[in-house]
Design a protein around this ligand. Sequence first.
Ligand code: ARG
Length: 415
Amino acid sequence: MSDKVVLAYSGGLDTSVAIKWLKEKYNLDIIAVTIDVGNERDFSATRQKALDVGAIKAVVIDAKETFVNHFLFPALQADAIYEGQYPLATALSRPLMAKLLVDTALEEEASVVAHGCTGKGNDQVRFEVSINALAPDLKIIAPAREWGMTREETISYAQRHGIPIPITVASPYSIDENLWGKSIECGVLEDPWAEPPEEIFTWTKSPDKAPDKPCYVEIGFEEGIPVSIDGQELGGVSLIQRLNELAGGHGVGRVDHVENRLVGIKSREIYEAPAATVLLQAHQALQAMTLSKDQLRFKQKVAAEYADLIYNGLWFTSLHRDLGACVKSSQRFVTGTVRLKLFKGSSTIVGRKSPFSLYSYALATYDKGDQFDQSASPGFIHIWGLPVRNQAQAQLLGETEGPLSIVAPKEPEEG
Ligand code: ARG
């Protein structure tokens, strides 16, 4: 009896070829696992294709709920955005996939796990670091990293072996999709000066074709988790799907990012992430109102760490647990409603309210009802400015360079 391998199967060219290749090269029996993280495809056709190509078993796992509740919403609460631009859709899906692959391997008594990543990307790292953490004894094979075939060679391998070639192969782009967004790279996008062609966008309307009338949407949050749209309560999966359609329809959520990969390469990737964009923006607006200044400052540091950790494949670590605990604690009062205006590619916060708001009209107003004691300000300024005055007198006054030395430009003399 041959050994078994659990293969992360997308239904695309590489993982289909991998089914044949793993059998040929390693004489392994293939169990194809396809994980539904909201990538909206015909999963029964994908499953059938795996069997047709030669897998002994093919399973589809609906992981959407788990993905939302254990990955996307915690990342939203953390405000995790890589390098200020990428909401981490692909990166967040990998540790969940790794976990499901490992679970299947243990159930099926397979000794090997395989994935379709190449040797240049982040995803190989995320998969393998995660699989090794969860099941150190499982062997990992990455066929596309090993076989050394070019794209043309892979296609002709598929032809020789009667593997149906998906129509998407005609497309030069590499695409990954899940509920949190679509990642698109390769082809003309590899020229960072080239404007992305309109054809790559399938989740977002072109802003100039978007409706001429703005759309207003209200998102309700409880402890940092979105629970309603326009007053209607929705489960996480439906809420994200609804926002992807709504915001995407107004051209919101396109990102063009030259990012720093973990393996040292800079790469240009285009993202479409309408729901993620709107939710992250709304969440931050609600926090601005319900967290203190110091909490917000600290949370921004945590957010950057948290985003790096996800990007860099470190989901299954104690650092994650520690940061997660901090984030969760910070969300206790992040409850309320945010109102946004979606219009031709932009989404703008136009209102926010919370039962736990720290915004005080009586303190902020310049109208009557003002409760801020302005007579206390001179004393405050005296103390606040004390070290500045002290340093200026002891060291800086009279210096010819530096911030105190700037002189007003002179009028040019006549003559
Ligand atoms: N650059 C993104 C990341 O590292 C997405 C990777 C997958 N992209 C793709 N087009 N297949 O998470």
